[in-house]
Design a protein around this ligand. Structure first.
Ligand SMILES: Cc1cc2nc3c(=O)[nH]c(=O)nc-3n(C[C@H](O)[C@H](O)[C@H](O)COP(=O)(O)OP(=O)(O)OC[C@H]3O[C@@H](n4cnc5c(N)ncnc54)[C@H](O)[C@@H]3O)c2cc1C
Length: 1019
């Protein structure tokens, strides 16, 4: 059967309606309910109490959130007093309401030391009980006990070693090792068990007793669809030996499905590895498909077609999907369509269509149905019956600790029930535990509904496609991207390119080739709308391969600068009078054009400044955002002048442009910052002379080219590439430049301010200086922090774009209790970063900008060797020899006053400091001349609150990376020596490029006070 035919069959199946089916589904469903009622937990059983406790929180969403957050941080708390303190913080009466008695028990006060011990002990015990409900065991003996118990009830199992995502190769190795170890230990044990017919044999023969489930994100820290070949190669390196080991031991291995960004890659890897000769005829493997994915059915059709070609059956486990909340929230945040259905009935209906298609193709695959939903399971049974499939032709799977009565009912009905049994440390298993708690308490979850309302069971058995109840509100409303109190409505940021799409990857590769093809190009100055060639030209090099010239750029002189300023002055007279709507329309066109050329612009950035793919793409998105944001803002400002009218007197506050703005932009965000610094003054009605960073001149030239193609009037934007200390200084000093917008180092920035402050002969105004400078940004890691999350955020914040962002992290301040653990993980993670030329999609750390930067960074590394202890320095691969590479490095035992802890290095160098208390860590974090970005990893509400109040930075990030701010959502900019306190991408940014005017008119004429409305109508 061809792929297309199979696809058609699945779709036809989806459309088909079986008249009697629903009747039969209801009968089977009632039977399942009836049988499961016999197994409902009783009041004297632990399960009854645990269910009541979790459901108690349902009426109070805040309590539920706080309780789950507390559970999330529990494994990280070391002492009983830590637990008691956190409990008090999470249950703070400002946030949740508990009975008075509860506060008397947990509150501070008399004998609180002794009480804390008791609280700690009881909480630990309660948490272990809760964890023990969903987690099979913490070691092999406890797991084996559970598995035996399950078998005695006629249930099979699949074991999952807790853990998802890894930050290092070493962590991935440990994870794989635990699976090898599990196979070694459990094979002899499971072989010794006596035969249980329903679960050790299916309709075709014996089934492996040892059954494992595995998550691919745990096998490689860079499992990422941006470079599928590399990801598949690296993951397979660990997966293949594991599969071989399992095969030799007669075990079964199932590959779990994780969030949507891994969906296609997981399927691709599964197909590639299992097509290899040594696995092609192996039936004891399986994969998961998720019915909540909109493309679930297409994925199934594709898998069935592949199964036919492979010729050996394998298992397919159909689930609904465990990441619904995270998927929908991410979609709203990133402004894209959710990949999952947004109505519960849609997922349920899709599950039923896919289940039918799987059963109809049981000759190609062994179907397994994972659900705790009686309707979904009844449909599976009814469809199988209609197809004359024996009960052993498919499996029913459920999670350990969920829907136990259902499991017993299905066993009684002769189905093979397999229980998904997670095992291992609680710390890496927290994500799993929280997902289960969410599922158990979700209002839309079947389990909760069937538990709460027994009388409504028939409606729970109704066909979801015909009932179509309005389930949850759309995620756009449930997780809304709003700005309730802001001066302007919330802004919709541009969407970054998804490199999970093969088409987008092809486009980026094509764009890199295209840009490479035009490398010999020359870029003249642009003054008054005309290209101007000069006597001297300079070359812009590819820092990944400096032998490669990205383009030649004309070098401007002070005389050119004079001409550019004169042109800008002349153009100002008409541009300032152009209506705000027209200026905004041009900026929106600019945004569209940047969007149309996004791959080419990103590719130019990759080759000219060495930004890796995703960073370059995000830079273009931010540039687009600036255009649209300032367009919206100027319309807002112009349409809402502030009137403060009184009887007989009208007052009007409005804003107008200042004049010529010199834009001196950096290479670190070569398009985003350049665009922001240019479009803000343009929107406000100023004209502009751009002096881009030399290293990013080709990109700037393309940007100006686009502006001119769009029809901005001549002279409104002039382009003056050249030397900062010649042309830049000349512009700053120029008597007809009204505003200087500068982004760069503190050393140059302070000089710019000094220079610009002088009033030159003939200059009849004070220059406005908008200066953004560097940072010495710190991340504090508290003693209750999630270290895995902290490590990945530190790696990204410190080493993305080789640490060359003004927001990059260059200090990590760790609390004593976590310092060594964090240092170990950080070391392993740094050893795992992928260094390479920026154009390689899997590169996470590219080159630094030029030889001068590399040498300066290397000098700091030498200083670091004296000022601290070298924790780790990444190894530079051989293919980095040609470029300007600086290997990421971390020093520990650094004194807060050391140079590497105080000076801005602008490279991948991190100083790690140890502190005893959070208060002291905050003091150290604030103890530099800078105040740009900062981060805190903590799960203590009180410490987070302290940081909010006391961490003196322009952008504070809590429990996330400290780079990657978005226009409007995180207006960017700092104070102290980090900047003049101006926030780019904020609702008040444009006002810095404008002068405010207040007009007061006395409207009283000989005692006549005009009606306010009449007067407004005439003004
Ligand atoms: C043995 C086993 C293995 C599993 N393996 C995986 C796996 O590899 N990958 C994975 O992702 N999950 C896996 N799961 C988890 C599984 O996805 C959830 O347990 C399951 O979604 C719960 O569905 P249900 O049919 O039991 O309950 P129901 O209550 O009927 O369905 C709940 C599900 O509906 C979906 N949903 C909820 N609200 C909405 C809405 N508003 N719009 C659209 N859809 C909505 C969500 O998927 C939610 O989980 C596994 C589960 C089991 C039992």
């Amino acid at each position: 059967m061809s792929r297309e035919n199979l696809h058609d069959t699945v779709l036809e199946t989806a459309a088909r309606k079986d008249g009697d089916l629903n009747q039969r589904v209801v009968e089977i469903g009632r039977r399942i309910f009836e049988l499961s009622d016999r197994y409902q937990p009783r009041v004297w059983q632990k399960a009854w109490w645990l269910e009541r406790t979790t459901r108690m929180m349902d009426g109070d969403p805040r309590l539920r959130t706080r309780a789950f957050q507390f559970v999330d941080c529990l494994p990280a708390l070391r002492t009983n007093s830590d637990i008691a303190r956190h409990l008090r913080e999470y249950l703070d009466p400002h946030f949740v309401e508990l009975p008075r008695g509860a506060y008397a028990l947990i509150g501070d006060g008399f004998l609180h030391g002794a009480r804390d011990e008791v609280i700690g002990l009881l909480t630990r015990r309660g948490a272990r009980g809760m964890a023990g409900r969903f987690i099979t065991g913490f070691d092999t003996p406890s797991v084996v006990r559970t598995l035996r118990r399950l078998r005695s009830c006629g249930m099979a199992f699949t074991l999952d070693v807790l853990g998802e995502f890894t930050t290092s190769y070493a962590q991935a190795d440990r994870y794989v090792h635990s699976y090898h170890d599990l196979i070694d230990r459990l094979t002899p044990i499971t072989r010794s068990w006596s035969f249980v017919p329903g679960i050790d044999r299916d309709d075709r023969g014996p089934m492996p007793r040892l059954n494992l489930s595995i998550k691919l994100t745990s096998l490689d820290p860079h499992f990422d669809s941006i470079d599928p070949d590399r990801s598949i190669r690296e993951v397979s390196r660990r997966l293949r030996p594991l599969l071989l080991h399992a095969r030799q031991a007669g075990a079964f291995v199932n590959i779990d499905m994780e969030s949507s960004k891994y969906h296609d890659l997981t399927l691709e890897l599964f197909k590639r590895v299992l097509s290899e000769p040594e696995f092609r005829d192996w039936p004891d493997v399986g994969i998961v498909l998720q019915a909540y994915m909109k493309k679930g059915e297409a994925a199934l059709a594709d898998l069935l077609a592949w199964a036919e070609g492979r010729g050996t059956r394998f298992a397919v486990r159909l689930v609904k999907g465990a990441y619904w909340d995270a998927e929908t929230a991410a979609a709203v945040r990133n402004n894209h369509e959710p990949p999952v259905w947004t109505q519960k009935w849609e997922t349920d209906a899709c599950y039923e269509r896919m289940a039918r298609a799987m059963l109809e193709h049981a000759r190609l695959i062994r179907p397994a149905f994972a659900s705790h939903n009686v309707r979904s399971l009844a449909v599976v049974c009814a469809v199988a019956e209609g197809l004359d499939l024996p009960a052993g032709a498919y499996e029913v799977q459920m999670l350990y600790g969920m829907g136990d009565p259902l499991k017993h009912a299905m066993v009684e009905m002769g189905r093979c029930v397999r229980v998904y049994c997670p095992y291992g440390d609680l710390m890496p298993g927290m994500g799993y535990l929280i997902r289960r708690l969410l599922e158990n308490t979700s209002n839309e979850g079947f389990l909760k509904q069937s538990f709460e309302d027994r009388s409504g069971r028939d409606s729970l058995l109704a066909d979801p496609a015909s009932v179509r109840p309005p389930s949850a509100p759309l995620p756009a409303r449930r997780y809304s991207n709003t700005c309730p109190e802001g001066p302007m409505p919330a802004f919709r940021n541009a969407t970054n390119t998804s490199f999970a799409s093969a088409d987008n990857r092809r486009k980026m590769i094509g764009a890199i080739q295209y840009v490479r093809g035009e490398m010999g190009r020359k870029y003249p100055l642009i003054i008054n709308g005309h290209p101007v060639s000069t006597d001297n030209w300079f070359v812009s090099h590819n820092p990944s391969n400096p032998g490669e010239s990205v383009g030649q750029i004309a070098l401007a002189t002070p005389a050119d600068a004079d001409q550019a300023v004169a042109a800008a002055c002349k153009a100002f007279h008409s541009w300032r009078l152009t209506r705000a709507k027209e200026r905004a329309a041009l900026l929106r066109k600019l945004a569209d054009r940047l969007g149309m050329r996004r791959f080419e612009l990103a590719a130019t950035m990759i080759l000219e400044v060495g930004k890796p793919w995703r960073e370059a793409d995000a830079d273009v998105s931010e540039a687009i955002d600036h255009c649209r944001y300032y367009a919206e803002q100027i319309e807002w400002i112009e349409s809402r002048p502030r009137r403060r009218n009184m009887p007989g007197e009208d007052n009007l506050l409005s804003y107008g442009p200042k004049g010529v703005c010199a834009v001196i932009s950096p290479w670190a965000f070569p398009l985003a910052i350049l665009t922001g610094m240019t479009t803000a003054p343009l929107a406000a009605g100023n004209t502009v002379v751009i002096k881009p960073a030399r290293q990013a001149s080709v990109l700037a030239a393309k940007f100006v080219e686009i502006i001119h193609d769009l029809g901005f009037p001549p002279g409104v934007v002039n382009f003056l590439p050249g030397d900062g200390d010649v042309v830049g200084t000349h512009l700053v000093e120029h008597g007809e430049v009204h505003v200087v917008a500068f982004t760069g180092s503190a050393a140059v920035g302070t000089q710019v301010i000094q220079c610009g402050a002088q009033v030159r002969p003939g200059q009849g105004f004070i220059k406005k200086m908008i200066v953004e400078m560097g940072g010495k940004n710190a991340i504090i890691v508290d003693d209750d922090a999630d270290l895995d999350a902290a490590v990945s955020a530190i790696i990204e914040s410190a080493f993305a774009f080789a640490g060359q962002k003004c927001s990059s992290c260059s200090r990590v301040i760790a609390l004593d209790a976590v310092h060594d653990g964090l240092a170990n993980r950080l070391k392993e993670a740094v050893e795992s970063v992928v260094l390479g030329p920026a154009e390689e999609p899997s590169t996470t750390v590219g080159p630094v900008i030029d030889a001068e930067a590399r040498d300066r960074i290397n000098r700091y590394v030498e200083t670091g060797r004296h000022e601290g202890r070298l924790l780790v320095q990444a190894r530079l691969p051989a293919h980095c020899d040609r470029g300007y590479f600086a290997a990421p490095v971390v020093f520990t035992d650094v004194d807060p006053a050391a140079r590497i802890a105080q000076e801005e290095i602008f490279g991948p160098v991190v100083a790690m400091l140890r502190e005893e208390s959070f208060e002291r860590a905050l003091e150290i974090a604030n103890g530099t001349r800078y105040a740009l970005t900062g981060g805190v990893f903590s799960r203590s509400p009180d410490h987070i609150d302290q940081a909010r109040r006391g961490f003196a930075v322009g952008n504070l990030y809590i429990n996330r990376r400290i780079t990657g701010s978005q226009v409007d959502a995180q207006p960017f900019g700092g104070f102290k020596l980090s900047g003049t306190g101006v926030k780019a991408g904020s609702p008040d940014y444009l006002l810095h490029f404008m002068d405010a005017r207040c007009i007061t008119e006395n409207t009283l004429r000989s005692g006549l006070v005009p009606n306010e409305r009449e007067h407004l109508e005439t003004t």
